[in-house]
Each structure stands twice: as structure tokens, then as C-alpha cells.
Design a protein around this ligand. Structure first.
Ligand code: NDP
Ligand code: GDR
Length: 337
């Protein structure tokens, strides 16, 4: 039985990756930081199947201790300060977590468990102000936020440790991936929860930022398979993981409101507070290398992703005993509740 250490297990990707690794027969050890409240909602259904251990990206020796105790075969570094707007307000803390945290973990692996295979959660935000479209593994980086800059550091330190110390270390350059477990502050989940709240009469408006930003959105459940595949190759390499399609925030709104029989133009307002000091206007990935070398391809397309997320949020309010007051909830959603 292989052991995988997953940092960021309480996050969106951590929960899907853990489910996937458990289904493959792995022992999963999740690293979580100490908090005064329980942040484990996304993994409560896995609590008796995974080991949870306290450590923090800010604390080098807490990670050394974890590696010594659990002796993982694979380490997935998903933990980060991952919200772009927060990185403008807390740029130094973002760098500590998202950039230097990677070096701390790599140093811990180098000294304690050099045979472990390492996955770094790199991001399409590194392409930022894109110099070409679509973006591939060879596209130069031009990050547009302290978060993007920190991820570039995390990416290159992973490459550097691979080249310097012969570690099996790779970076997955993942484009945006979403799910019903996405944090409520990210644009897709903000929209799908907003749609549900409007349908149930809990809100009348949905204030948004830049509706013209375009993203290559996929489903998180598909993307965690690619993470695992990257660690099963003969040689460690970096891969772009994306759908190869791009859609605007406006299109996401259109589809999401349409799912409950509403028109987004009646509810979406523009609030300058949600604009960013520097924007990433367009992301579009070309995942050819992942398709050819890993045999990876996404299963969930854009309309299915939007529907899955709207349906899950609507169901949550139905289960809480709320009744819809606007639009038309699809029969298939009502019948499942
Ligand atoms: P989330 O924000 O949902 O999860 C982040 C995780 O990191 C949480 O478990 C959080 O713990 C943990 N964490 C944050 N700071 C620390 C710390 N100091 N010590 C220990 N743990 C910490 O992110 P996602 O699951 O969406 O993303 C996973 C990774 O992939 C991130 O690195 C993200 O930057 C990257 N990424 C994500 C993409 C996406 O579209 N989702 C695309 C490309 C890259 P807590 O619950 O306590 O806050
Ligand atoms: P992103 O995701 O910054 O791409 O980073 P987010 O969903 O926050 O924004 C996507 C785009 O939507 C625009 N937007 C809004 N965004 C938010 N959050 N709220 C709004 O009201 C709103 N209105 C418009 C944004 O300006 C932006 O252009 C995500 C994170 O998961 C990162 O950790 C990850 O690395 C990248 O995806 C790939």
C-alpha cells in the first residue's frame, strides 16, 4: 500500500484528490493547520479513512516531523493562500505560504524523504498577461498578482530542486477548475450560490466585477486524476492541464441563471469593488502534452459543470427547507431532494 501526503487536504482539490487516492488503495495522510474552528467540511465524509496530522507551511520542522512519521511515497503540495484578491491585500503572507512554503516542503523532503515523489500545484495565473494563446508548457510567464508571482516562484523552485538534487518533482500547471466544493468567494461558486439565493428569494441582486474576463474552466474531479498521473511517469515533467476552451464570466452567468429559468441581466450588477488592480483578461490552455503523455482528458464539459454547480447549490437550499420563489427549478433537481 502506497502512502500519499496531501497538504491542503481541507481545500477543494484536497478533498477530491483524497477520494481518488483512497479509491486507488492509497493510505492518505492529510496535513492541516491548527484553527479554532473545524475547517474539515469538505472531508468529513472521509474522516475515518484518512489520517490527519497538524503542520503548517510556515513551520519547516512541522513538515520534517510529518515526513519522518508517515514516510510518504508521494507528496501533493496543494496548500496555499489561493485567492487572488487576498494576495493584493496580504502580499507578504501570500508569498510566505504560496512561494516559500514550497521551498520549506522541498527542503524537508530533500533531507528526510528524498525518494518521495513531489507534486507542486502550479497555476495558469503564472501566464497572467498572456504573451500567446493558447498557453502551453513553453509559454513565458507574466504574472499579474502577488499570488501569480508567488506561484511562479513555487514553480521554478520545484524545477530547480529536480535539476539540482535529482528529486522526482513536477509541477502541474492547472487552469481554473471548479466544483460544488469550490470556495464561495471564487467567481463560479459566487455565481451559482448567488443564482440559488436569488431563486429562493434570499437575495435580489448579484454584484459582480469584470464580466469580460475569460477563463478555461474545468471540473476539479477531472483535474486531480492528472496530478496522480504526473507522479506515475518514468521521468518527472511539468504539464499544462486544461480543457482547451475559454468562456467569459458573462457566459457563466448566462448559463447559470438560465438553469433556473432566469435572465442574468435582471439580477447581475457591476460593483467596482470586485475589480482587481491588475487583471488576467484571458486564459486558454493547450493540454496536448498531458493528453499524449499521460493519457489524461477531461470528462465534464462547460455546460455540465455550470449545471452541476447550480444544481448542488439549489439542492442545498431545498434540503434546508427553503422554497423557491422565482424562476423554474428543473424537475430533475426537485425530484432528487
Ligand atoms: P483552496 O483554497 O480550496 O485550499 C487551500 C488549502 O490550503 C486549504 O486546505 C488551506 O487550509 C490550506 N492552507 C492554506 N494555508 C496553509 C498553511 N499556512 N499551512 C497549511 N495549509 C494551508 O484551494 P484549491 O483546493 O482550489 O487549490 C489547491 C491548490 O491548487 C492551491 O495551491 C491553489 O493555489 C492551486 N491551484 C488551484 C486552481 C483551481 O482552479 N482551484 C488552479 C491552479 C492552481 P484551510 O482549510 O485551513 O484554509
Ligand atoms: P482566479 O479565480 O482569479 O482565476 O484564480 P476567480 O474565480 O477568483 O476569478 C476569475 C475571474 O472572474 C473575475 N470576476 C470575479 N472574481 C471573483 N472572485 N468575484 C467576482 O465578483 C468577480 N467578478 C468577475 C475575476 O476578475 C477573474 O478575472 C483561481 C484560483 O483558484 C487560483 O488559486 C488559481 O491558481 C487560478 O484560478 C487558476
Amino acid at each position: 500500500m502506497k502512502t500519499a501526503l496531501v497538504t491542503g487536504i481541507t481545500g477543494q482539490d484536497g478533498s477530491y484528490l483524497s477520494e481518488y487516492l483512497l479509491s486507488l488503495g492509497y493510505r492518505v495522510v492529510g496535513m492541516l493547520r491548527r484553527t479554532s474552528t473545524q475547517p474539515t467540511a469538505r472531508i468529513d465524509h472521509l474522516r475515518d479513512k484518512v489520517d490527519l496530522a497538524h503542520a503548517d507551511l510556515l513551520d519547516q520542522f512541522s513538515m520534517v516531523r510529518l515526513l519522518e512519521e508517515y514516510e510518504p511515497d508521494e507528496v501533493y503540495n496543494l496548500a496555499a493562500q489561493s485567492f487572488v484578491p487576498t494576495s493584493f491585500y496580504e502580499p507578504v503572507l501570500t508569498a510566505e505560504f504560496t512561494a516559500l512554503g514550497v521551498t520549506r516542503l522541498l527542503e524537508a523532503i530533500r533531507h528526510t524523504r528524498p525518494q518521495a515523489r513531489f507534486y507542486q500545484a502550479s497555476s495558469s495565473e503564472m501566464f497572467g498577461k498572456v504573451v500567446e494563446s493558447p498557453q502551453t508548457e513553453a509559454t513565458p510567464f507574466h504574472p499579474r498578482s502577488p499570488y501569480g508571482v508567488a506561484k511562479v516562484y513555487g514553480h521554478w523552485i520545484t524545477v530547480n530542486y529536480r535539476e539540482s538534487y535529482d528529486l522526482y518533482a513536477c509541477s502541474g500547471i492547472l487552469f481554473n477548475h471548479e466544483s460544488p466544493r469550490r470556495g464561495l468567494e471564487f467567481v463560479t461558486r459566487k455565481i451559482t450560490d448567488g443564482v440559488a439565493r436569488i431563486a429562493f428569494g434570499l437575495d435580489d441582486k448579484l454584484p459582480m466585477g469584470n464580466l469580460d474576463a475569460r477563463r478555461d474552466w474545468g471540473y476539479a474531479g477531472d483535474y486531480v486524476r492528472a496530478m496522480h498521473m504526473m507522479l506515475q511517469q518514468e521521468h518527472p515533467e511539468d504539464y499544462v492541464v486544461a480543457t482547451g476552451e475559454t468562456h467569459s464570466v458573462r457566459e457563466f452567468c448566462q448559463h447559470a441563471f438560465h438553469r433556473v429559468g432566469l435572465d442574468y441581466e435582471d439580477f447581475v450588477t457591476i460593483d467596482p469593488r470586485f475589480y482587481r488592480p491588475a487583471e488576467v483578461d484571458l486564459l486558454l490552455g493547450k493540454p496536448d502534452k498531458a493528453r499524449q503523455e499521460l493519457g489524461w482528458k477531461p470528462e465534464v464539459d462547460f455546460p455540465s459543470l455550470v449545471e452541476m454547480m447550480v444544481d448542488a447549490d439549489v439542492q442545498r437550499y431545498l434540503k434546508a427547507g427553503r422554497s423557491p420563489v422565482r424562476g423554474e427549478i428543473p424537475e430533475v433537481v426537485l425530484s432528487q431532494s
